[in-house]
Design a protein around this ligand. Structure first.
Ligand SMILES: N[C@@H](CCC(=O)N[C@@H](CS)C(=O)NCC(=O)O)C(=O)O
Length: 242
């Protein structure tokens, strides 16, 4: 048995960026496999039999080509599960704090992100008005470290909470800076109102935190704005009403 890690992802995937960030943070030795998830190769069902989605990791087992996953490796999927797995595998990275209270805070931040922010952001990316994102942003802001304790979601160390959120904010910034989806949804409804609503002074702490994440080397190293631009533009175009 080896400790090999093979990561199945894609440059444009918000979820695979999460796991890519963590792999960079822990400085893991791993093989990366870029998967066309819109046209799935047959071997993906062997690399990730549970969901056949990306991101996925195979861990251990013999060292094999990525397109011939071994039945002996562990198959790990779901971005948050993978983040926790990597934090467990590399405990000195502090991606999950040792303190039980801080661990709970990290997990609650992720839970709030995935239930209160991402669903409304996804709806906005598909043409819904951006109004509900304000409540999601407020819910996250309320959880941020107290004054003087940051600069990350929970304390002074970058954790899986930050890795989970950064890819979403990178996409919000890209969409609003490049007017992605304007032809489909209209400038005022889609872009101007989103910038206005999330730009209010009451959300200054949230914005400062979110923008700070984008400066993190692991986030920059795993961010492909041109690929995302092309993908998001193509997706939005599908919503243009003929
Ligand atoms: N809840 C999953 C979502 C993963 C997901 O939706 N992955 C997309 C790519 S971004 C995918 O594999 N889509 C192909 C499919 O669902 O068949 C996670 O957090 O990992």
């Amino acid at each position: 048995m080896s400790n090999q890690i093979t990561h199945y992802g894609n440059k444009i995937s918000v979820f695979a960026q999460r796991t890519n960030i963590a792999l960079h943070e822990v400085n893991a030795q791993y093989t990366h496999c870029e998967v066309d998830f819109e046209n799935k190769p047959e071997w993906l069902f062997k690399a990730n039999p549970a969901t056949a989605q990306i991101p996925a990791i195979t861990y251990g087992g013999p060292v094999v080509p990525f397109d011939q996953p071994s039945p002996e490796s562990a198959k790990i999927t779901e971005s948050i599960v993978i983040l926790e797995f990597l934090a467990d595998l590399f405990p000195s990275s502090d991606l999950l704090p040792a303190d039980p209270v801080e661990r709970a805070q990290v997990r609650f931040f992720i839970s709030t992100l995935d239930t209160k922010f991402w669903p409304v952001m996804l709806a906005w990316m598909r043409g819904a008005p951006p109004n509900d994102m304000v409540d999601g942003a407020k819910a996250l802001q309320a959880l941020l470290s107290q004054e003087g304790k940051g600069p990350y979601a929970v304390g002074d160390k970058f954790t899986i909470a930050d890795a989970a959120f950064a890819p979403m904010w990178a996409r919000f910034r890209l969409i609003t800076e490049r007017d992605i989806g304007v032809e489909a949804f209209g400038k005022e409804q889609h872009i101007s109102s989103a910038i206005r609503l999330l730009g209010v002074p009451e959300l200054a702490k949230f914005r400062a935190y979110a923008n700070r994440l984008l400066e993190r080397p692991s986030v920059k190293a795993t961010w492909y704005p041109e690929d995302c631009n092309e993908y998001l533009t193509r997706k939005a175009a599908r919503f243009i009403k003929k």
